[in-house]
Design a protein around this ligand. Structure first.
Ligand code: EPU
Length: 420
């Protein structure tokens, strides 16, 4: 894989068959970061093969950890951690690098982490991570684009988040696990990935109550131990395959998915005419050749996920009627509109609200991926478009989708990677 890789997709093929859903990117990354909380050997399974997972591995290796990837298992030995810095070169490619901040401070009393880059989907500050850490007694400074935090031992605190930030909640959970006394996180993120991290921490010896709810209480312990953990299914990958099946009027069974994590998505797709059926091997998704339009507003879990907004918009671009898509989590997450328009979609946007008029058909064209989920929406649209679509900059896709083209081809799509 190279950064210049392209995908060429011949549209118009109905997807049919079974696809196995991989482990969740956004659960795998905090699980890897959590290995900094206790020295020892970890066996983390259902690790998706993704660029972001490799980046997190490199970040940990840079700190003195050994990380080996073997057939979907990450073997991590964090006994040798002796460097507490996350350098710009790594952090700039992946915002989730900030997840090492709190475990390092909690376990080693210091961390120096470059301010994150990652997807260009808005300003995405980390003020809530930093405020929470300061409330727990850490001294935090910003210099030359780095956050430096130090503490002897963190103290439990009552932290009320202005926004239910996902990685912020995860960071503070890890800090609280080793703090002295009790921490209460109010307005916590309730995403399944937060709950998965809490389950891993509880296995490690943390005392956590209320994970998955908006108030989480953590009673800090002196030390934690290394454990084995299996990452939960990727609900966004599953949702993306639902959209891909639906736009082609196909019939696809998703294996290893947790339908309960996708209630909001399933409900919306149902209203547009997609059918879902629990079968022995998983969840069967089938769709008529044309869907009805539908409106969505992105919200924190359990609402409709922002990470499915772009794919849903692609689907609505060829639905019957007009759809309204409101993005409420990130202010700049509509970069796919211009690219979908190149394929013939009729979409207009004003202040975070997109109006999508369903067109009869899309036509293949050259398009550019701008961020991870925008890339996924281009793949979804290209599967329907007449003729060939070439998607440039697929490195965005490789950050977050495990073997996407192989999985799509196994369902009857025609997707070719052009490596340069
Ligand atoms: N926010 C602040 N201050 C903070 C933190 C967040 O103002 O200190 C704001 C953000 O700017 C945003 C909102 O809060 O407007 C929510 O952001 P959040 O912190 O929840 O996002 P995140 O933790 O950076 C995670 C996922 C994203 C996903 C969002 C929302 C990981 C590694 N990333 O990001 O995933 O879109 O939650 O669900 O878990 C993706 O996978 O493509 C992706 C971008």
């Amino acid at each position: 894989m190279s950064v210049m890789d392209k995908l060429r997709i011949q549209g118009g093929k109905k997807l049919k068959g079974t696809v196995r859903i991989s482990g969740a990117k956004n659960a795998a990354l905090p699980a890897l970061a959590a290995t900094l909380l206790a020295p020892g050997k970890y066996n983390i399974s259902r690790m998706p093969a993704l660029q972001d997972v490799l980046t997190m591995g490199r970040l940990l290796q840079n700190m003195g950890t050994t990380v080996e990837h073997n057939n979907g298992i990450a073997l991590v030995d964090s006994s040798g951690v002796d460097n507490f810095e996350a350098p710009y070169e790594l952090v700039k490619t992946m915002r989730a690098s900030v997840l090492v901040l709190c475990p390092l401070v909690a376990r080693y009393g210091k961390a120096r982490v470059s301010l994150p880059g990652g997807c260009a989907i808005g300003a995405r500050p980390i003020n809530l991570h930093v405020d929470g850490l300061e409330k727990m007694g850490a001294k935090v400074e910003l210099d030359n684009g780095y956050v430096t935090a130090t503490a002897r031992r963190l103290n439990g605190a009552r932290i009320s988040l202005d926004i239910p930030t996902v990685t912020g909640t995860e960071n503070l959970l890890m800090a609280a696990a080793l703090a002295k006394g009790t921490t209460v996180i109010e307005n916590a993120a309730m995403e399944p990935e937060v709950t998965d991290l809490a389950h891993m921490l509880i296995k490690m010896g943390a005392r956590i109550n209320g994970a998955g709810q908006s108030i989480i209480e953590v009673e800090g312990v002196e030390e934690l131990k290394a454990v084995d953990h299996e990452v939960i299914a990727d609900r966004i990958e599953a949702g993306t395959f639902m959209a891909a099946a639906a736009i082609t009027g196909g019939e696809v069974t998703l294996e290893g998915v947790v339908p309960g994590h996708l209630d909001a998505v399933i409900e919306k797709l149902r209203a547009c005419g997609v059918k879902f059926q629990d079968v022995q091997t998983g969840l069967k998704v089938s769709a008529p050749s044309r869907l009805l339009s539908g409106n969505i507003k992105t919200m924190p879990y359990p609402g409709f996920p922002t990470d499915m907004q772009a794919q849903f918009m692609a689907l609505m671009s060829v639905a019957d009627g007009t759809s309204v898509v409101e993005e409420q989590i990130f202010e700049n997450r509509f970069m796919h509109i211009a690219e979908l328009s190149r394929l013939g979609a009729d979409i207009s946007e004003s202040s975070g609200v997109a109006t999508v008029k369903g067109v009869k058909s899309l036509r293949g064209a050259d398009v550019m991926a701008t961020d991870l989920r925008a890339s996924a929406s281009l793949v979804v649209a290209a599967l329907k478009a007449k003729g060939a679509t070439t998607i440039h900059r697929v490195y965005h896709l490789d950050r977050g989708y495990d073997k996407m083209e192989q999985k799509l081809n196994a369902l009857g799509a025609s997707v070719e990677r052009i490596s340069t």
